[in-house]
Design a protein around this ligand. Structure first.
Ligand code: DAK
Length: 260
């Protein structure tokens, strides 16, 4: 299968899947989300593929978030509906895949981009990587599982800090907080991710896939918390702050939030 927004290489049972919208810092628009769904489905069904490494094209970004130009005109119903379908097609889908997925965070992982990395089973970053959930700077909250998954990985207090401040953290701090498992130079990132992938690929595939299910089960009870996030995320689309936040980004100016 060929993809417009993705590059895919499979070698020695390891798939390296690259989000390829470098000019837009690999921002996730709906076409990319759809292709990622197709690619992950096909790779998970392929018995020759034991591990998937997910990364972004270029040296600047893993994924700089959901595509702001695309969702800036959405209303509450569209926001809620798209959040729900994104959960199903991509974020919960990747988390529950039988094939392990390693996120190789090669630069900015922001908003939906960090949420995608959080859905992967393991994360490695390059030294230049920066991670954050800047949704509140746009009048939104994280809408793809970030409020829940980030807390599971780095704890509640640090999650409040990252979400309420919208600030980015460095790869070094992400390592210290346990958000990523390893940090490597930009040049070495993919080879280090592939090295780990090869070790995993040499283990018993059914046991590895059962281990994903078993570990995920320890962190489930997801339905209620995801539903809360989806509804509150949708409610943000009904505010003037959301219109101001996204317009300000697209007009390249600072937002002036009024709290309505
Ligand atoms: N969306 C669309 N375009 C983006 C983008 C994004 N998230 N991030 C970057 N770009 C585009 C820029 O507009 C610019 O395009 P041109 O002007 O060249 O056409 C190009 O990528 C290069 O970016 P910059 O010129 O800004 O590059 P800099 O090095 O100066 O800055 C940056 C890099 C990462 C600091 C900056 O680009 C930035 O702040 N980007 C936005 C980060 C952000 O706020 N991301 C969104 C987080 S909120 C939804 C579900 C979930 C979400 C939304 C909806 N529904 C279900 C509806 C999630 C929301 C988020 O992810």
């Amino acid at each position: 299968m060929t993809y417009e927004q993705l590059d895919l290489k499979i070698e020695d049972r390891i798939a390296v899947l690259t989000i390829a919208r470098e000019k837009k810092l690999n921002a996730l628009d709906s076409a990319t989300i759809q292709e990622l769904h197709q690619a992950f489905s096909a790779l998970d069904a392929d018995k020759e593929v034991r591990v998937i490494v997910l990364t972004g094209q270029g040296q600047k970004a893993f994924v700089a978030g959901a595509d702001i130009a695309e969702f800036s005109s959405f209303n509450q119903q569209q926001g809620e509906a798209l959040s729900r379908s994104g959960h199903e097609k991509l974020f919960a889908f990747v988390e529950n895949l039988s094939t392990p997925v390693i996120a190789a965070i090669n630069g900015y992982a922001l908003g939906g981009g960090l949420e995608l990395a959080l859905s992967c089973h393991m994360r490695m970053a390059s030294e230049n990587a920066k991670m954050g959930l800047p949704e509140v700077t746009l009048g939104l909250i994280p809408g793809y599982g970030g409020t829940r998954r980030l807390g599971q990985i780095i704890g509640k207090g640090r999650t409040h800090q990252m979400v309420a401040s919208g600030q980015m953290i460095s790869a070094e701090k992400a390592l210290q907080w346990g958000l990523v498992n390893e940090v490597h130079s930009q040049e070495e990132l993919i080879s280090k991710a592939t090295e780990l992938a090869m070790i995993i690929a040499s283990n018993a595939p059914i046991a590895v896939s059962h281990s994903i299910k078993a570990i995920n089960a320890q962190y489930s009870n997801s339905v209620a918390s995801f539903e809360t996030e989806i509804q509150l995320f949708g409610a943000c689309f009904a505010t003037n702050d959301f219109k101001e936040g996204t317009s300000a980004f697209l007009e390249k100016r600072k937002p002036d939030f009024k709290g309505d």
